[in-house]
Write a protein that binds this ligand. Sequence first.
Ligand code: NAD
Length: 266
Amino acid sequence: MDFTGKVALITGGGNGIGRATSLGFAGHGATVVIVDRDGPAAEAVAGIVRQKGVESLAVTADVTRTEDVRAYVKAAVDRFGRIDCFFNNAGIEGRVAPTAEYDEAVFDAVIGVNVKGVFLGLRHVLPQMIRQKSGAIVNTASVAGLVGTPGMPAYVASKHAVIGLTKTAAGEVARQGIRVNAVCPGPVDTRMIHALEEQLAPGDAASIGERYQAAQPTGRYTTPEEIANMVLFLCSDLAANTTGGQFVVDGGRTATGGAVTNLVSR
Ligand code: NAD
């Protein structure tokens, strides 16, 4: 995979999966625009990218705010002239609680980032790619976009919605040289999974993490780099006729029914 001369834009690029994917694109020659509401984290990743000898720009933005989304697209195009690859990835986990008790404000917050943020990214990046008549987009869904997880109603609803947005946009722009796919990670070793462990077992996250990993078919969490590898493949010319798909990277969890882990009644 060679991304020399290509411009990749990554939201949530300051940490976790977005950070690993930013570094992956840079390692394959792409110019990388790193968007995150955590500005110092985005700047830090941009610094590492520049040390690899490729150009990088960090943009502080909240993906739920239209003006911020317009601004990150404009910043990328003003500086580098185009957007070839868009990893629409920023997301939050919300709280673990049953639907009957779920806090309405948390529900709104999760839908705001995970659904509206992904929609706004598509809404403002697609016109640029349509003008270019080319581009590849990967939206971050989850195995929670394919099956239910009791205890995570907002997150599961949001990730099912990401799959719907992906399929819809893919059909709209396929004849314009643009591909839109979704990546569906299982549990990945980032802040997010450790925050969920802490919610499930306050003060004892490590032990629940060990048990949870042991329950995966491969016996471990996926690494952020292993998600990045799928994203890079989907953005590359190797996937030139691949669009509208959902690509699971979960160590065999969904295939074996493991995604229906009941988080709220043990
Ligand atoms: P993370 O918390 O390590 O990183 C998320 C990044 O997104 C952070 O840098 C954060 O600052 C940024 N972000 C959050 N809200 C934002 C907003 N409103 N505007 C701009 N930036 C924002 O988590 P991660 O595990 O790397 O998650 C990345 C994506 O992968 C998310 O969409 C998540 O739902 C998805 N995912 C994660 C897992 C997992 O187990 N870690 C599994 C499946 C899917």
